[in-house]
Design a protein around this ligand. Structure first.
Ligand code: PSV
Ligand code: MN
Ligand code: MN
Length: 427
């Protein structure tokens, strides 16, 4: 399905007057505060968030799945869905693939299709957390960390194949999330499983093209419930430091124990030049994969505050970051959910851009705790929605992507094309 751009123009025309009133009011306030509105708009427009191929279908839990219909049935249709999102918001200009869920049979065609929607391929993800039908060895007791070299070799070969698929598509990074871990004390030797994993990682790292990055994702538990090999940011950093320059940590917001100070982790990674990217989502309890910003928007803002500070600091030289969503669940239309997530990410980014850094630094130097909090919360409490809408307008996107999506009955159209029982592949 391809959206008719003239419908977006019509939608923008209808909403233009009320948007302008709101935008002009905000622009005046921001100018009074010495903000450069045009520079802000440029930064907001340039910020692109990659969409994971596995979030385009309704997510399930182990208790069931309530799919909504009209979901993409193939890689081509997944790309079309991300194309739809990007047409609506001009902020989702990349897709992140998971192999073997998304094997590109004909990479040339897939690349052309993506380019027709102005989409790039973000990090490719390997999967050694599930057994595939034709594989020789099971990952039941681990993959890259397995005690048996044959299993490790199989997992290493898979990761190298994923790199090859990524090269064909023009991707520049491999994300490894390792589910390897244990469920009971004594099940494995912690040190040896780390060493085996490091050895496996080194073999994969050796196959990375020079201009590629390796993202090392961490997670404290699930699917294993006693220990995981890459349990936390410290372990991820350790692997990255041992591997080399191309290895960088990946922060999935849902992969922390309750109340962890994620913004401080972000600052530490940046300080070491070892932050690779994000999997954005939100959570109340664990790795809930809820819509970004739906539970703890202030935390998201604080994370972006560190990111903006760290990425603009002349003392630091962290490589450019990959921004990805990793969220999906049972009750929302996945495309509506993704529109909300992208909006939440860009909202937090825009608010973080508003922080008066000089004033904050001064307050910090003078130990003026009250003022430091006021400065942060002043930015956080600014309603930046008109700024985001203006940036969309200037980029040719819809002023209100979600409203437009509903008005034009996109989901109904997808159900008509693909069928009410079209369910996406993947998790
Ligand atoms: C694991 O929980 C994870 O966050 C990893 O990024 C996986 O690739 C993804 O979710 C799969 O759904
Ligand atoms: Mn993730
Ligand atoms: Mn996760």
């Amino acid at each position: 399905m391809i959206l008719d751009k003239s419908l977006i123009d019509q939608h923008n025309e209808d909403k233009h007057a009320s948007h302008q009133r709101r935008f002009q009011a905000l622009a005046a306030v921001l100018s009074d505060e010495n903000q450069h509105v045009d520079a802000l708009l440029d930064k907001i427009a340039a910020f692109q968030v990659a969409i994971p191929s596995w979030a385009l279908g309704t997510g399930g839990t182990r208790f069931g799945r309530f799919a909504g219909g009209g979901e993409p049935r193939s890689l081509e249709e997944k790309i079309e869905d991300v194309g739809l999102l990007h047409t609506l918001n001009q902020s989702s200009g990349a897709i992140s693939l998971h192999i073997p869920w998304d094997i590109p049979q004909n990479p040339g065609d897939i690349k052309r299709l993506a380019a027709s929607f102005d989409l790039k391929f973000d990090a490719v993800n390997s999967n050694t957390f599930q057994d595939q039908e034709l594989q020789n060895f099971s990952y039941k007791y681990g993959s890259l960390s397995h005690t048996d070299r044959h299993v490790r070799d199989q997992a290493i070969t898979h990761n190298i194949e994923v790199i090859r698929h990524g090269i064909d598509l023009g991707s520049k990074a491999l994300t490894i999330w390792l589910s390897d871990g244990t469920d009971f004390p004594g099940q494995q030797n912690f040190r040896r499983s780390f060493e085996r994993t490091l050895d496996s990682f080194q073999q994969i790292y050796a196959e990375l093209p020079d201009d590629w990055k390796l993202f090392v994702e961490y997670k404290p538990y699930e699917p294993h419930f006693y220990s995981t090999v890459i349990s936390d940011w410290g372990t991820s950093l350790l692997f990255c430091q041992k591997l080399g320059q191309k290895a960088l940590g990946l922060v999935d917001l849902g992969h922390h124990l309750p109340n962890t100070n994620i913004e401080q982790i972000v600052s530490r990674f940046l300080m070491e030049g070892k932050l690779g990217g994000f999997h954005f989502n939100d959570s109340k309890y664990g790795d809930d994969d809820l819509t970004v910003g739906s539970i703890r928007p202030y935390q998201l803002f604080l994370i972006f505050n560190e990111l903006v500070e760290g990425m603009s600091s002349p003392e630091l030289s962290n490589p450019a970051l990959s921004w990805m969503i990793d969220a999906s669940h049972n009750v929302k239309d996945p495309l509506e959910d993704l529109l909300q997530s992208v909006e939440a990410i860009k909202t937090a980014y825009a608010q973080a851009l508003l922080v008066d850094r000089k004033a904050l630094e001064k307050a910090q130097e003078e130990n003026d705790t009250v003022l430091a909090q006021e400065i942060l919360q002043h930015a956080y409490k600014t309603d930046v929605r008109p700024l985001l809408a203006q940036s969309r307008l200037q980029s040719g996107a819809a002023l209100h992507p979600l409203a437009f999506y509903r008005e034009t009955k996109v989901r109904e159209e997808l159900v008509r094309h693909r069928g009410a029982k079209a369910f996406a592949t993947g998790l």
